[in-house]
Structures are given as structure tokens and as C-alpha cells.
Design a protein around this ligand. Sequence first.
Ligand SMILES: [Zn+2]
Length: 69
Amino acid sequence: MICPQPGEVNIGNCTTQTCSACGYVMKGKEHLTLRDREWECPNCHTSHKRDQNAAQNILQRGLELAAML
Ligand SMILES: [Zn+2]
């Protein structure tokens, strides 16, 4: 799996695997599957709902992209 470069908005896996609170990316065995509806970040221990967390990341990427224009 290839994560998008900064500035690229990708609505694939990477938004799901990234903690919207601290930016930690789940890797290896930590990787979330479609069955993981809710999870806790191993780095900052924030509880996330999978889809809500992904939406936060997409919003954040969009805002970063807009800031560069
Ligand atoms: Zn976190």
C-alpha cells in the first residue's frame, strides 16, 4: 500500500489508518480491517469511530490542499 504524498487527497486506506488526533499511521499488525468499526490510537489513546476518523482526515487533507492554492 502506497500512502499519498502531502497535498494529495486520497480517500482510500490511508485516511482510515491515520489517527485524526495525532497523525499516527497504523502499520503492520495494527492495521485496521473493515471489521474494526471503532479503535483506539496506540500513540495518543484517542478512541475513534472508523468512518468519522477517516472523514476528519479527508477534511484535514482538503484544508491543507486549499491552503496551498
Ligand atoms: Zn493518535
